[in-house]
Design a protein around this ligand. Structure first.
Ligand SMILES: [Zn+2]
Length: 207
């Protein structure tokens, strides 16, 4: 498992609701948390590690010593948004790019945890920003899509650099071709669909 960088197509591929929590989900969550801490991130979404179901890991402190603050969110949704606030934001798929992004100030959110329980809460500040950023990822939406004109303009050079690096990686054969990627995403989806034999979630995902 590794983090993919913009403009990797997996970042634009909407993920599918998870139907059952099995051993693999626990393993993926653990690996994602490790990767998040290693890269000094506060959150990581499945698209960023090339998984095709809806899972997010986060810890607003970013501190691996504060494991009590970390969360694994399955099929997370933002139910309600209130107010707006601008704040600095970055993304593990865009190393070293930080820009001011406008987000809802307070959000009511819902997700399943790893025990299959529904967690619902109203949150604000950094935690609200994190949730919005990560749930967007699951729908193939990136923080660059949310930038205002000034942030967009001042990110142009960095984005160009990411695109060139990606192209170079592809030429060197480090990144699979578009057709190869499509095939891999398809295979992931099929694997997900036949992922039976485990108890389904008690309620359908709230979408
Ligand atoms: Zn991100």
């Amino acid at each position: 498992m590794k983090i993919v960088y913009y403009p990797h197509p997996a970042l634009r591929h909407p993920t599918k609701p998870l139907a059952a929590i099995d051993r693999q989900v626990h393993l993926d969550a653990g690996r994602m948390l490790d990767l998040m801490y290693e890269n000094k991130g506060l959150g990581l979404a499945s698209n960023q590690v090339f998984l095709s179901y809806r899972i997010v890991v986060l810890n607003p402190t970013g501190d691996p010593q504060q494991r009590d603050k970390e969360e694994v969110l399955l099929n997370p949704v933002v139910l309600e948004r209130k107010g707006t606030i601008e704040g600095e934001e970055g993304c593990l798929s865009f190393p070293d790019l930080f820009q001011k992004i406008r987000r809802a100030k307070t959000v009511r959110v819902q997700a399943y945890n790893l025990r299959g329980e529904v967690v619902e809460k109203t949150i604000g500040d950094l935690e609200a920003r994190l949730w919005q950023h990560e749930v967007d990822h699951l729908d193939g939406i990136l923080f660059i899509d949310k930038m205002g004109p000034i942030a967009r303009l001042s990110s142009r050079a960095s984005l160009k650099k990411f695109e060139q690096d990606f192209q170079r990686g592809r030429e060197k054969g480090e990144i699979p071709s578009e057709t190869e990627l499509e095939r891999m995403i398809q295979a992931h989806d099929e694997e997900l669909e036949k992922n039976g034999g485990t108890p389904p979630l008690e309620q359908p995902p709230a979408l």
